[in-house]
Design a protein around this ligand. Sequence first.
Ligand code: XUL
Length: 525
Amino acid sequence: MPQYLGLDSSTQSLSALLIDTDTGKVVVDKSVNFGERLPKYRSPKGFLPNDDASIKQSDPLMWVDALDLLLQELRSAGVDLSKVRGISGAGQQHGSVYLCRSLDQVGDWSAAIPLSDQVRPLLSRATSPIWMDSSTSIECAEIASAVGGDEKVAAVSGSRATLRFTGPQIRRFYKTSPTEWQQTAEIHLVSSFIASVLTGKSAPIDMGDGAGMNLLDLGKGAWSQSLLAATAPGLAQKLKPAVASTTVVGEIAGYFVKRYGFAPGTKVVAFTGDNPSSLVGMGASRPGTAVISLGTSDTVFTAMTAPRTDPQGYGSVFGNPAGGFMSLACFSNGSLAREKIASQLGLSWNDFASAIVDKTKPGNGGNMLLPYFVPEITPRVLKPAPRWFGSEAFVAGKDAAAAARAVVEAQALSMRLHSEWIGETMSTVLVTGGASRNKGILRVLADVFQAVIMPLAVSNSSALGGALRAAQAVGGQSWDELFARFAPPERELRVEPIPATEVTYREMAAQFKQRLSQVLSEASA
Ligand code: XUL
């Protein structure tokens, strides 16, 4: 009964998913929500409130406390962690953690003291900028101009200099906090930070997540000297060489053996970004299957054999943990926008689905929303400003059913428009994430994409991806075998497109595009 543990440190929660490769079963799937369970961090949605909407930061100690809490809960629930042979996992992408000492110099954690108390003195920066941050316009321009333009940055790193990416965030930190920058010995992504905490050693960044930094030369699989130099002086010394995602980066620290009963010697495989991990967890790590992930951010991604960049500059290329690359388009107004509409209009999650399926029709009677409640990544909308078009009741926020359909239609239309550059025909799309069981959302996606939509049996594909990667790297299991056993789509829940809606959504997509460009040009005027 070899078991493999996958962890996913996402924006709003930490999840653990344990698989048994003998029985082919998920043994446990559990999450700790930061806002609910760790209120002392004052981060109801996983990040600290800030008057400046462009600044989004989290306390990295919250992620560490969540790890202790979750493992404690697994233990109390009777999960025997000594059976775990290997651990891997994922973190929200782009977020960074700054340490004043390399963990390689720290030695094992003391089992008598909570982890966060031991990590606190190691931080050279109290907060971590996360993927939702959009405060780095100046730094992006500076990096691009230092290396010869945005096209050059994209050709080397797979993405133009991008607001949320770690390089521009590092540059901003170096410029605004020079003393703390000097004190920084090591920089981690959320993914490599969690792996480091687990091993008690400095875990390297993997190629999958490392590609989301605007620092990695994708062709060479190594940090780009020119991007490092354009980002901040001395940066090269603060990063370990990036490694393949299948690398065993260490063994579990004694702290976890003593506190939670892991077997000494349990292997830890490099952690990666949540989207690359989901690609594996969805069994979609070979080109040909598109994935939509509905989480705090909505993302659309597919595996690809060679990197291809988005001419509009919004999309990104990351490393595929199973080899090769993946394309990704990311939308920050994902579940936050859906939740905003549901809570403002008093709709339960079931009401939300039935509003779409039973009470409204494709095209929404002409009502349309541009759903930018928080700054948007794709397309770039820096000042949150939802726009309502349509009937008086709808525009006045009094038509709850139309509002529910409007937010989902807008999200799906935007995904469709902004994933065209990926160049894959999306005849079947796999869907994952918290909202992937909502029938209303699946219906709209099927009609807007004119594709068969299938959710995965396990909705937490990122944590599952971690468990599968551990089983592949430590247990020597083949990807095919693992995908067949653990990542089958829920065929009974598949939603077929209604062909008659094709015209409706083609016309609606054109209108959406037009309204969007008007709003974008007003914003840049
Ligand atoms: C991807 C991105 C988000 C985060 C959220 O580029 O920024 O999807 O990974 O978890």
